[in-house]
Design a protein around this ligand. Structure first.
Ligand code: ZN
Length: 167
């Protein structure tokens, strides 16, 4: 039985180097063919992929892969088993001067089950978050995307109520 075949059947185990490398290489390969580009983010060691081109300027999707490059240059999933792959839709608000998480666009993929199932769930998640990025929940007053505030509320990204108060 080849090791390739075993990876189709075996549960992913973050303690085994060959599992981490197989997941890392396969995940990065799959994300690359899905029209995403790796993006360097200062202070973030894991490989992050960015997808943009959505209708609303400033909207984009990030996938935090949980994959790093190891000393030999190979991709490797992080050893900490509890680290999840994360997919999030963001909106760059000029008015707020920062990136805001779009409503219903933040998902985590736990690295459990077989390697193919982890990749399948990641791609399904990117698809679901892409749909949110295509058509995010919008403010009923001004039509700007809604984001989740630190307090967990759905808030207008262009804080339009303050402008109304200023009129
Ligand atoms: Zn608004």
């Amino acid at each position: 039985m080849s090791s390739k075949f075993l990876f189709e059947q075996q549960k992913y185990d973050p303690k085994i180097l060959s599992h981490r490398e197989e997941l890392g290489e396969r995940l990065i390969g799959n994300l690359m063919v899905n029209f995403m580009l790796p993006k360097d983010i200062p202070l973030v060691k894991e490989v992050v992929f960015k997808k943009d081109g959505f209708d609303i300027p400033g909207v984009h999707l990030l996938c935090y892969s949980s994959v790093v490059r190891n000393k030999s240059g190979a991709y490797e999933a992080r050893e900490v088993g509890s680290d999840a792959i994360r997919v999030i839709g963001l909106y760059m608000s000029e008015r707020q001067g920062g990136l805001l998480p779009l409503v219903r666009s933040d998902s985590r993929i736990n690295r459990v089950g077989t390697i193919p199932s982890i990749i399948e769930r990641t791609l399904a998640c990117i698809h679901a978050v892409s749909l949110v990025c295509e058509d995010p929940a919008k403010c009923p007053n001004c039509g700007a995307p809604l984001f989740i505030s630190k307090a967990g509320r759905e808030v207008c990204s262009e804080i339009c109520w303050t402008r109304r108060n200023n009129v």
